[in-house]
Design a protein around this ligand. Structure first.
Ligand code: AMP
Ligand code: ZN
Length: 461
């Protein structure tokens, strides 16, 4: 069996994956907060860990892997969105969970084995908070329950921070409810007009970190094999998950391997909602083939920053053109995918997807050179196998060359043309034509977003 090595944030080096139970390999990744559309930066962890899940399933067997990615459906931002729309939070969370699922489907991200939701784990969360209070790791105040970081001997192990340094660097906090500034909320007391849940320590709702600790314990167990998320989650989110779970479990480690993906950047900045430089997934999928977007995401190593731009996606389209062209010349309907060992080897080395692209280039060469029937069948099987693990080459070559998305191609190219013309007539200050185009796009329920990389469109809600 191929040995997998993964860079482990907590060990600060590559660690060999030794599943606690190879018949039940467990991975948890922090998922979306469903109050708005995910952007293409948010898709990076989804695609990276989907690729890792595919590798784990290949090596350990599909039925022996449990991959969990949660849905955060209780949060201040959800409350704010629900208040603004004048609806219950459930209306907002349902809508954006559905959009998230359809966006992930566009990117060939397989739905994880389980998708635990906060609202479905309130009892587990409350029990965990109660336990931390009873064990002396948490205290109750007027505005909620706080975790007392000084009650844990080695707080800060993951992010390599010392409590002492955090204290000396801390700004003077005005919050007199906390014993000290580094303490964090496990439970927030109910504020007027906000959804709340009853608990022995008062009506309220959970803090952000406790949900993951509770859902991991409930669904996967005390210690999991792999815990993942974006780099920004190392501190405080993952540090606090460790504090809560380890203190509740007598020091038992929460995860053996901690993995963190780097940021997707736009220009020189992290793509993020607060910077206002986000690109929405559906819009991008109308502009580029879906598989090109996925391959572009995998073209950099997952720990490295990734500079997102049209060139990167166009390069990926060229790679896919070459792969599909090679497949077309040797196409047969009766060939089963076979994942090449060379590809498994590079992915098993800390998910080295740039190397995987080099392997893909070799496979394309092999396919173009194949002469006998059996060579052709093997080359096709290898390309299909590589596609099955990278989440690309899922179309038949003729479908790829026809278009990424068959039926509404005509409508889409009509809209593409209108959006392009819109940019041109606006630049030429031809407002009469610009207004006509705006009305026509509105009739077609198309929303156009202008960004630094040009305009993208999607169908409106
Ligand atoms: P958020 O909705 O901000 O909590 O993010 C959800 C997930 O996406 C987290 O794992 C983040 O670390 C990750 N994430 C957010 N922005 C980016 C970005 N620009 N590049 C890569 N990952 C990101
Ligand atoms: Zn989490």
């Amino acid at each position: 069996m191929t040995e997998i090595q993964l860079f482990n944030t907590i060990a600060r080096e590559k660690t060999i994956l030794k599943p606690i139970n190879p018949k039940r390999v467990t991975m948890y990744v922090c998922g979306p907060t469903v109050y708005n559309r995910a952007h293409i930066g948010n898709a990076r962890p989804a695609i990276v860990f989907d690729t890792l899940a595919r590798l784990l399933r290949h090596i350990y067997g599909k039925e022996h892997v449990i991959y969990a990615r949660n849905i955060t459906d209780v949060d201040d931002k959800i409350n704010a969105a629900a208040f603004e729309a004048g609806v219950d939070i459930g209306v907002i969370t349902k809508k954006y969970t559905e959009i998230y699922h359809s966006d992930m489907k566009l990117l060939n991200v397989i739905i994880p084995d389980i998708e635990p939701k906060v609202t479905e784990h309130m009892g587990d969360i409350i029990a965990l908070v109660q336990k931390l209070i009873e064990l002396g790791h948490a205290y109750v105040t007027d505005d909620g329950v706080y975790f007392h970081v000084a009650s844990m001997k080695n707080y800060g192990r993951l992010s390599n921070r010392k409590l002492e340094d955090m204290r000396s660097g801390a700004r003077v906090e005005i919050d007199e409810n906390k014993r000290e500034a580094a303490d964090f909320a496990l439970w927030k007391a109910a504020k007027p007009n906000e959804p709340f849940w009853d608990a022995p320590f008062g009506k309220g709702r959970p803090g952000w970190h406790i949900e993951c600790s509770a859902m991991i314990e409930k669904n996967l167990g005390m210690t999991i094999d792999i815990h993942g998320g974006g780099h920004d989650l190392i501190f405080p989110h993952h540090e606090n998950e460790i504090a809560q779970s380890e203190c509740a479990h007598g020091g038992t480690h929460l995860a053996n391997i901690w993995m963190h993906n780097g940021f997707l950047n736009f220009g020189n900045e992290k793509m993020s909602k607060s910077l206002g430089n986000v690109v929405d997934i559906e819009g991008l999928c109308n502009k580029f083939p879906r598989e090109s977007i996925r391959l572009a995401m995998l073209s950099a190593h997952y720990r490295a920053p990734l500079d997102w731009n049209d060139d990167l996606i166009n390069q990926s389209t060229k790679t896919l053109d070459r792969a599909y062209r090679a497949m077309e010349s040797i196409w047969r309907d009766d060939v089963e995918p076979k994942i090449p060992q060379a590809l498994i080897d590079v992915l098993a080395d800390d998910l080295n997807t740039p190397q995987a692209l080099a392997v893909l280039a070799d496979l394309i060469k092999d396919a173009n050179k194949a002469s006998s029937d059996s060579e052709k069948a093997d080359a096709l099987a290898a390309l299909l196998g590589a596609g099955s693990i990278l989440g690309i080459l899922q179309l038949k070559p003729n479908e790829w060359f026809k278009s990424d998305n068959d039926e509404d191609t005509d409508l889409k190219s009509h809209i593409d043309a209108l959006v392009k013309e819109r940019t041109e007539v606006r630049a030429a200050k031809n407002w009469a034509r610009a207004d006509e185009i705006r009305d026509e796009l509105a009739k077609l329920k198309v929303i156009v977003k202008d960004g630094p990389e040009g305009s993208v469109w999607r169908f409106g809600e």
